[in-house]
Ligand binder design. Structure first.
Ligand code: SF4
Ligand code: SF4
Length: 600
């Protein structure tokens, strides 16, 4: 079957000429066969798939890369669950199967239909079964899902017998819709009568009397998750529940959601931190395809098998390759090459800072050319404070001894742009003259996959697109040190791994250095040469170690948060050990919290 899509975010009929290139050059339209139609009442043209030959001329002629045409296996024809219309819109094939008492994790690239799948399951979008012209009846929809667990779901949905709770992805927008003190907000939604337990599980005691608009991203996330769990529903959906949470908070969140499933509830999560997704889910569905063109939801797999197939890049039961190469993991940290004193970019002494009741101290440290220092630790220990002091935004209480004044560029944790203009204009402000060079196009724009969105308005981008744009803008600055705060937030798991590779390549090739705050343990492992480990009591006192090697750094950090990782037998990927399990105890005794000398 042929799927032809005109992306409404890219198609600009007003800007591409009076006679639209897609129509003007289509060989069928030229011979009066209407393979593309663009009638007066339509916002965008529509490709008639039954007539289009797939010659690809319109794809090349469209100046805004708005057209995609793909050939898919015929058997998918009967699997189309929803198509956006009225033009040639995105198609979603199949839905993730959900199960009572179980947590199903949905993983895959952004733009492949995860939000559409969630909205359909939540009843916000009525699936049109691929037909944009005639809306199907509920009976037809129920019949479509015959033989799957989803049939019962749609039966109840059509009879309005289902209560569904949804924790959205963008929790930083929460203060715009909910006002007041945390305690009042949570008590109001406590339909299950478990307020005290949840406050305890998600460690919310200290912020109960705070106003919602005073909370950090991590605190907002925990409040949003708690509010969802406190409600009494049949189906719970959590979109990226680990964003802005530190590793301890991620594990606590996972335990709370698992306990919820055990009370007979049905749970679907979209989670890009593969370690968390592995720990939290019972089953996995992989969503694959071409972003903004089509998405296919895989059949359900056991969690370990599903994640391994995703990493392998090959879904066996569907005989589909979703990536050219597998994602591999290292069992031991890469040895750090010798650094000479000539390579020192920044050397800073002790830092002391008192902020209200919070006391921060750093032992100082030295960073060399080409090095990436991972900054790890729980939230509330002063990571942002240290970044602000090093970037000159905040003064320390003591005299900061520093080898030389260096230039620093910062990618902040929260990227809510107050910028009116296109991606091109935004990035050009930092890239300046190099923006128009061929090396910039290949090493930055193509490498970070943002070439296609250069002419989009910044405030129209998705969270993942915005994150990539901010990373590229920051790395385009001509400075000595880059400080990146949570570069993985809002990126899907595949993008996390490719973006970390590109960051590493640029820092090494350009002989610059970077400090990166990150909570996704796989990203920390892929990115870092050395680690600065934060310890202390969140909100009370925080201490930053000097940069230490990866093996000792990971051990120190994970000992601090009391978590060990074993390795998957097939892929070597790290998996969280259950606390006090045999493996957990054994690894703690050997002081091997993350890297393991031999395969166990
Ligand atoms: Fe113009 Fe491309 Fe849209 Fe056709 S698809 S109307 S060529 S922008
Ligand atoms: Fe016309 Fe070829 Fe484009 Fe199909 S792929 S709409 S036949 S130009």
């Amino acid at each position: 079957m042929r799927v032809a899509v005109i992306n409404p975010d890219y198609c600009k009929p007003k800007d591409c000429g009076i006679t639209k290139p897609c129509l003007r050059y289509c060989p069928l339209v030229r011979t009066h066969t209407e393979a593309i139609v663009f009638e007066k009442d339509m916002k965008y043209p529509r490709i008639v798939e039954s007539l289009c030959t797939g010659c690809g001329i319109c794809i090349k002629k469209c100046p805004f890369n708005a057209i995609s045409i793909v050939n898919l296996p015929e058997e998918l024809k009967t699997d189309a669950v929803h198509r956006y219309g009225p033009g040639s819109g995105f198609v979603l094939f199949r839905l993730p199967v959900i199960k009572q008492d179980k947590v199903v994790g949905l993983i895959g690239a952004n733009g492949s239909g995860k939000s559409t799948a969630i909205k359909i399951l939540a009843g916000e979008i009525k699936p049109n079964l691929g037909n944009v012209k005639v809306e199907p009846s509920w009976d037809e929809i129920i019949d479509f899902f015959k033989g799957s667990e989803l049939q019962g779901h749609f039966k109840k949905l059509s009879n309005k017998e289902l209560k569904i709770v949804f924790k959205p992805q963008y929790i930083t927008k929460l203060p715009q819709v909910a006002r007041g003190v945390v305690k009042d907000l949570l008590l109001k939604v406590d339909e299950r009568g478990i307020f005290d337990e949840i406050i305890d599980e998600l460690n919310l005691k200290s912020i109960l009397d705070r106003n919602i608009n005073q909370l950090s991203g991590g605190e907002l996330q925990r409040v949003a998750i708690s509010a969802a769990i406190l409600r009494d529903a049949d189906l719970y959906m959590f979109d990226e529940p680990s964003s802005f949470l530190d590793i301890n908070e991620r594990i606590s969140m996972a335990k709370s959601i698992q306990s919820l499933a055990k009370t007979g509830k049905t749970i679907l999560i979209v989670e890009h931190d593969l370690v968390v997704c592995d720990y939290l889910s019972d089953y996995i569905s992989i969503i694959y395809g071409v972003p903004a063109v089509y998405g296919i939801v895989s059949h359900l797999h056991g969690v370990s098998n599903g994640i391994n197939q995703y990493l392998d890049g090959f879904i066996r039961d569907e005989n589909v390759r979703i990536r050219d190469e597998p994602i591999l993991f290292k069992m031991n940290p890469t040895a750090l090459e010798g650094r000479s004193s000539d390579d020192i970019i920044l050397s800073f002494g002790r830092i002391e800072k008192q902020l209200g009741n919070f006391k921060f101290q750093s032992d100082g440290g030295t960073i060399h050319k080409g090095e990436i220092i991972g900054i790890v630790g729980r939230n509330g220990l002063g990571k942002s404070t240290m970044i602000k002091i090093l970037s000159g935004e905040l003064n320390p209480d003591n005299e900061l001894l520093i080898n030389k004044k260096i230039k620093i560029a910062v990618k902040p944790q929260y990227i809510d742009p107050d910028y009116k203009g296109t991606v091109r204009e935004f990035i050009k402000e930092s890239a300046k003259k190099k923006f128009d060079t061929s090396f910039y196009k290949s090493d930055y724009l193509r490498a970070f996959d943002i070439e296609k969105i250069l002419d989009r308005e910044l405030n129209e981008l998705s969270g993942g697109e915005l994150q990539k744009v901010y990373i590229v803008k920051t790395l385009s600055e001509e400075v000595d040190l880059y400080l990146l705060d949570e570069p993985s937030a809002y990126l899907d798991s595949q993008a996390r791994l490719t973006i970390t590779k590109q960051i590493k390549r640029l820092i090494q090739n350009n002989k610059k250095c970077a400090m990166i705050v990150e909570h996704d343990i796989l990203c920390v492992d892929f990115l870092s040469d050395l680690l600065i480990v934060f310890s202390g009591t969140p909100g009370m006192n925080g201490h930053a170690s000097p940069p230490i090697d990866l093996k000792n750094g990971m051990n120190r950090f994970l000992k601090e948060v009391d978590i060990t990782f074993r390795r998957d037998q097939n892929t070597g990927r790290p998996r969280v050990n259950k606390k006090d399990s045999e493996m957990d105890k054994k690894q703690k005794a050997m002081n091997e919290y993350y890297y393991i000398s031999v395969h166990k």
